[in-house]
Design a protein around this ligand. Structure first.
Ligand code: ARG
Length: 253
């Protein structure tokens, strides 16, 4: 009897929890994706304001496999990871989000879907002669708030005497870099490659990569949507669609 009660209360608790499940998403007929669309080529606004990119196409494939439509909601990165997901405001997040053990304590990740790195962006020609590893002492380095770039800077650059400047918005960091207010800005390798392609000569990569990391799709802790996402990723890889999406969106290394 006691046992039955325990099972019952566990059931009630789990159904009242905010983790969106496959069944719930199918019932409402829509998969709500949260993303911070300031991160080309993974998510960014097109000329008409529509959010597009590699991540959006992957999320759309998941929605298709679930038989529902995709709704894309713009959320600032700081609110997205992880509050928008843990509170149930969105069913999932994709935003070039790096899988880390700390984050995995509060959300569920899909299998890795893209290998990335944190790199240093400097002004074209590197007027500040920034290098890494090298003397970062006394240099001001920009990072985006709540990102793995910020975490790596705190762990690796601050102890070496660098000053870390935190931006909520990556574009503000780029503006400061152009104005020479910071020596370098930390960003994700594929977004930096995209910037270099779109604005030739304005930006360069400097020094060695700071980290190697993998992106994952993000779901509420314990949601069965993560397993569904893994099935979609496997399908896209096997059919060649994954490679087509890479070719469509991402500057190849
Ligand atoms: N990969 C980094 C992280 O997970 C940065 C992601 C930033 N994404 C964005 N859409 N602004 O922390």
């Amino acid at each position: 009897m006691k046992r039955a009660l325990l099972v019952l209360s566990a059931l009630v608790l789990s159904s009242a929890s905010l983790a969106a499940t496959v069944a719930q998403v199918k019932k409402k007929g829509v998969l709500v994706l949260g993303t911070d669309p300031t991160f080309a080529p993974f998510e960014f606004k097109g000329p008409g304001g529509e959010v597009q990119g590699f991540d959006i196409d992957i999320a759309r494939a998941l929605a298709k496999d679930l038989g529902v439509r995709l709704e894309v909601r713009s959320v600032g990165f700081g609110a997205l990871m992880p509050q928008a997901v843990t509170s149930g405001r969105v069913d999932m997040a994709m935003s070039g989000i790096t899988i880390t053990p700390e984050r995995a304590k509060v959300v569920s990740f899909s299998a890795p879907y893209y290998r990335s790195a944190q790199v240093f962006i400097v002004r074209g020609g590197n007027p500040g002669k920034f290098t890494w590893p090298g003397d970062v002492k006394g240099k001001t380095i920009g990072v985006q708030a709540n990102t793995t770039g910020q975490y790596a800077a705190g762990d690796l650059l601050k102890p070496k005497g660098a000053t870390i400047k935190v931006y909520d918005d990556f574009a503000a960091g780029l503006a400061d870099l152009r104005a020479g207010r910071i020596a370098a800005l930390i960003g994700d390798a594929p977004t930096v490659a995209d910037l270099q392609k779109r604005l030739p000569g304005q930006y360069a990569k400097a020094g060695q990569d700071l980290t190697a990391e993998d992106y994952g799709m993000v779901f509420a802790k314990g949601s069965d949507l993560a397993a569904a996402a893994n099935r979609t990723l496997a399908r896209l890889r096997a059919s060649g669609e994954y490679q087509q999406l890479l070719n469509k969106w991402i500057v190849q290394k």
